[in-house]
Design a protein around this ligand. Sequence first.
Ligand SMILES: [Zn+2]
Length: 167
Amino acid sequence: MGGAIEVRLRDDAVPVFPAACCVCLAERPGDRHIVKARRASYWEVLMPWLWFTGKRVRHEVAMCPACRRREIWRRRWQWLGFGVAIAATLVVWQQCFEPSRLPRAVRRLVQLGLFLAFALPVGFWFVFWPLAFDLTVGDGYVAFEFANAEYAARFRRANDGALLPRA
Ligand SMILES: [Zn+2]
């Protein structure tokens, strides 16, 4: 596998999802998986109340129950992976670097380096072993990301009228 396939639709379009399971392509999968996303903005770091203003989307994709259980676990493990990366950064920092009298700028660099060292494997995991279905909200579009290339191709055909080119 190598990354999710992204299909961008206009954000006012109502997407049509093929009826098959978006993980294993089984017909009549019998369960639905809901993904919510919102338009995030870098300004939120400075103005957290903007969190309430971002455009929100919510979509349901068909999945069979077994595929859905795996998907939910994968999402949990990936977020847990980032939590572990942050915790590992703090522990290594406190044990190894905190007692030393490094200049302020060097301390910042060491902290950043430690975090990247622990978070990068998790980032690669996200990219190369993607979720079966995920959403990203952008300016005027919603990106639908599928791990299954065949399902992504069917989704693209089903939503021909609302497609946007990839930026
Ligand atoms: Zn399935």
